[in-house]
Ligand binder design. Structure first.
Ligand code: ZN
Length: 93
């Protein structure tokens, strides 16, 4: 005999009211059933992935800011037209 389908235990809020999630609970976590969307493990993994991506973007931003700051300090006191000459040489054109 097939087991009765369990319903997802999460409450869904839609504007002013809330109701129980209507989806079937496909995974069991600590005795409670969750649908794929409300699976706490999946949500945690998604959050961690998002945080990792944000952290990488933040590091990239920090790196760019650091480089710009160093270049700005190095260029300090050098006339702009001279800097443009350096830029042309460095770019090889
Ligand atoms: Zn659900």
């Amino acid at each position: 005999m097939a087991e009765p389908k369990s319903q997802c235990c999460r409450t869904v809020y839609t504007g002013y009211c809330s109701h129980k999630c209507q989806r079937a609970g496909t995974v069991e976590r600590d005795g409670a059933f969750y649908c794929k969307q409300h699976d706490p493990v999946r949500i945690k993994e998604k959050d961690e992935l998002k945080n990792k991506k944000w952290e990488q973007e933040r590091l990239k931003r920090d790196e760019r800011w650091k480089r710009e700051s160093i270049l700005c300090d190095l260029a300090n006191g050098i006339p702009t037209d001279e800097l443009e000459c350096y830029e042309l040489v460095l770019k090889g054109s």
